[in-house]
Design a protein around this ligand. Structure first.
Ligand code: CAA
Ligand code: FAD
Length: 382
């Protein structure tokens, strides 16, 4: 693993940092308060190649590697976590599976519009009764004689569901086969039979719109089946491996923002006649924050590096996501504490970082599921 970044990686990091600091961070408090989808900022990210970082240029993306994706995600998340959630779904969860399993026509039609940011994509696996236990899904896909499928059922907690043009949907086409009965489909939300539920009110990442979606006799043409019939669960799991690198990066971005605010505050805030950063109890917190932040960063870069080598990276991605999300929760908690009353105030962003960090321990597989994946990989036991 090379610890030096390439010129290209540094360039995309710089572009992301500039947009995050000039456009996103200044509007983060507004979008968090009103819970509005930040469409103009998302378009700007798309125009700058940040909605399809690993997507080859012939499909509208920036054609970069997984490390470039990590660096850019960290910068955007440090500006505002909700923006980085939308970015991560477009980049990882939507584009990845189509690039790997899609036909040339599917790549041209679906990936291009999402990678250049002109449309928003979504990924629909979870259902009201099945989150961690994803194969317990009830959404059904009934095969027709002409190779098309009729979809009926609900998906819940769909990030960007309220605004998405296209969705990668996972539904059960052969229920008696369990995981091997799941098929992936490409859904156009403008077609009949697709319905959106209410937008979910959330603790954090409030500018990222989330809703339930429902399919009522929605027809997917044969050419919009992604991969082979019955291959959907493997596609979903592989896509989530990549997605977990994105969420680890998001967690690092949130944690870094909280950490940097804390370093500034402990030098300027005084108590008992001295800056609070001179107290050993504060110093211990800062040292632990920095160790957790760096460990999370290195593990996430390792996962991205293994992915870039074309090797299986499920374990590395789970280790990175688990470490980074728990680090983000711990670091933002300490950051609020070190800011005292101001940490609890909406006049500073610390309480938002704290609320935003929590989601990284839940979505794209909870911390318990990451532990399960890691332990299964390490022991070979189930
Ligand atoms: N890559 C490729 N294939 C994989 C895989 C991977 N990472 N993980 C599992 N598989 C394959 C297995 O090899 C197996 O294939 P065979 O049938 O051919 O043997 C098949 O998938 C079933 O695997 P398991 O038996 O391990 O499945 P399981 O039912 O025990 O579940 C699990 C495993 C890890 C718990 C999985 O269900 C899981 O990851 N759950 C969490 C779901 C999740 O992360 N949801 C996120 C939704 S998206 C989201 O949240 C978006 C957002 O926030 C923005
Ligand atoms: P459950 O699976 O019911 O879990 C409840 C608790 O039980 C958790 O603590 C869990 O860790 C624990 N648990 C479950 N199984 C085990 C086990 N085997 N061992 C130990 N503990 C276990 N989904 C999508 O498909 N697309 C999206 O775009 C999307 N975006 C989301 C956005 C937000 C804001 C949120 C909150 C969720 C989103 N999700 C999305 C769903 C998300 O992936 C699930 O919420 C998550 O996977 C957990 O599933 P669950 O909520 O059903 O919890």
């Amino acid at each position: 693993m090379d610890f030096a970044f390439t010129e290209e990686q540094l360039m995309i990091q710089d572009v992301a940092r500039r947009i995050a600091q000039e456009k996103i961070a200044p509007s983060a408090e507004h979008f968090d308060r009103v819970g509005e989808f930040p469409l103009d900022n998302i378009r700007l990210l798309g125009e700058n190649g940040l909605m399809g970082i690993e997507v080859p240029a012939e499909y509208g993306g920036a054609g970069m590697d997984p490390i470039a994706y990590v660096l850019a995600m960290i910068e955007i998340a440090a500006g505002d976590a909700a923006h980085s959630t939308i970015m991560s779904v477009n980049n990882s969860l939507f584009c990845n599976g189509i690039l790997k399993y899609g036909t040339e026509e599917q790549k041209q039609k679906y990936v291009r519009a999402i990678a250049d940011g002109s449309e928003i994509g979504a990924f629909a696996l979870t259902e009201p009764q099945s989150g961690s236990d994803a194969t317990a899904m009830r959404c059904r896909a009934a095969r027709q004689a002409d190779g098309s499928f009729v979809i009926n059922g609900k998906k819940s907690w769909i990030t960007s569901g309220p605004v998405a043009k296209y969705i990668v949907l996972y539904a059960m086409s052969e229920p008696d086969k369990g995981a091997r009965g799941v098929t992936a489909f490409l859904v156009d939300t403008a077609k009949p039979g697709f319905h959106r539920g209410k937008t979910e009110p959330k603790l954090g990442i409030r500018a990222s719109a989330t809703c339930e979606i429902e399919f009522a006799d929605y027809v997917v043409a044969a050419e919009d089946v992604l991969g082979a019939e019955g291959e959907g669960f493997k596609i979903a799991m592989g896509v989530l491996d990549a997605g977990r690198i994105g969420i680890a990066s998001q967690a690092i971005g949130i944690a870094r923002a909280a950490y940097e605010a804390t370093i500034a505050y402990v030098k300027e805030r005084k108590a008992f006649g001295a800056p609070i950063g001179t107290f050993q109890m504060t110093q211990a917190k800062i040292a632990d924050m920095k160790c957790k932040l760096d460990a999370a960063l290195l593990l996430t870069l390792r996962a991205a590096w293994v992915k870039g080598q074309g090797q299986r990276f499920s374990n590395e991605a789970a280790i990175a996501k688990l470490t980074a999300s728990e680090a983000a929760m711990w670091i933002t908690h300490q950051a609020v504490q070190i800011h005292g009353g101001m940490g609890y105030s909406k006049e500073m962003p610390l309480e938002r970082y704290f609320r935003d960090a929590k989601i990284t321990e839940i979505y794209e597989g909870t911390s318990e599921i990451q532990r399960l994946v890691i332990a299964r990989n390490e022991t070979g036991l189930r």
